[in-house]
Design a protein around this ligand. Structure first.
Ligand SMILES: CC(C)(COP(=O)(O)OP(=O)(O)OC[C@H]1O[C@@H](n2cnc3c(N)ncnc32)[C@H](O)[C@@H]1OP(=O)(O)O)[C@@H](O)C(=O)NCCC(=O)NCCS
Length: 203
């Protein structure tokens, strides 16, 4: 996919979901699918570059993590840490795209490309089921970036044949619950827990 083709997304798709994504046919293992990169024009944000994360993105991902408030870190990881632990950093950038989808959003800020969001869908031990997670820089939340990345991940997951995507969300996470509702997830309180499960089934 070239950049010009990627730009068509904005003209054709209000949702910014690139319909031709065919990640299922990607090369096996840790080979980076570098032909996937496209742009989405978001009001209030501008031209967001969307692409799969790659191994060399560790520094950019660390910088994204630093733009999260402690509250956002807690909502995303259910615990608090000041820096992304090295093991997690590696785990989040070294992706086996056969079993996982990880998309990042990048913006040019003062001529420099910054990673502002990360969304992923990871296969679980249950066949056909995968778990999502998503995070957006605090200063850019509420502008449609989370919805855009997650929707793209869901579209790839659907094309890949997953039957169910779910995520675990804390009750105080009104933004994620609202986003889940907007993206068609069913929301269920998990019995005996504080948490909610957002679940979406694909035909
Ligand atoms: C949850 C999160 C990923 C949402 O991403 P985002 O880019 O802020 O969300 P969007 O702007 O795409 O919003 C999508 C929808 O969420 C809802 N929403 C967003 N911000 C909201 C707010 N401040 N209050 C209430 N609802 C809100 C709205 O329904 C919105 O749709 P609309 O704009 O069409 O009304 C982001 O807030 C975040 O990173 N939070 C911290 C980490 C986290 O909680 N991750 C989720 C756990 S897996």
């Amino acid at each position: 996919m070239d950049r010009e083709a990627g730009l068509k997304v904005t003209a054709e798709e209000e949702t910014g979901v690139y319909q031709e994504l065919e990640l299922p046919s990607m090369p096996p293992g840790f080979v980076y699918p570098d032909h996937f990169e496209w742009f989405v024009e978001l009001p209030d944000v501008g031209r967001l570059k969307v692409r799969p994360i790659r191994e060399q993105d560790a520094a950019l991902l660390e910088d994204l993590f630093k733009t999260l408030t402690p509250h956002s870190v807690y909502l995303r990881f259910f615990s608090f840490f000041r820096r992304l632990p090295p093991g997690m950093l590696e785990r989040f950038t070294r992706i086996d795209y056969r079993h996982e989808i990880a998309l990042v959003g990048l913006l040019k800020e003062y001529g420099e490309e910054k990673m502002v969001a990360d969304a992923r869908v990871v296969e679980t031990a249950n066949a056909g089921t995968a778990e999502f997670s998503v995070m957006v820089s605090d200063h850019l939340q509420g502008k449609g970036i989370g919805a855009c990345l997650l929707q793209n991940c869901l579209e790839i997951a659907r094309k890949r044949g997953y039957q169910r995507i779910y995520g675990i969300v804390l009750p105080e996470n009104k933004q994620m619950l609202a986003l889940g509702r907007k993206l068609g997830f069913t929301i269920r309180h998990i019995t005996g827990s504080r948490e909610y499960e957002l679940s979406r089934a694909f035909e």
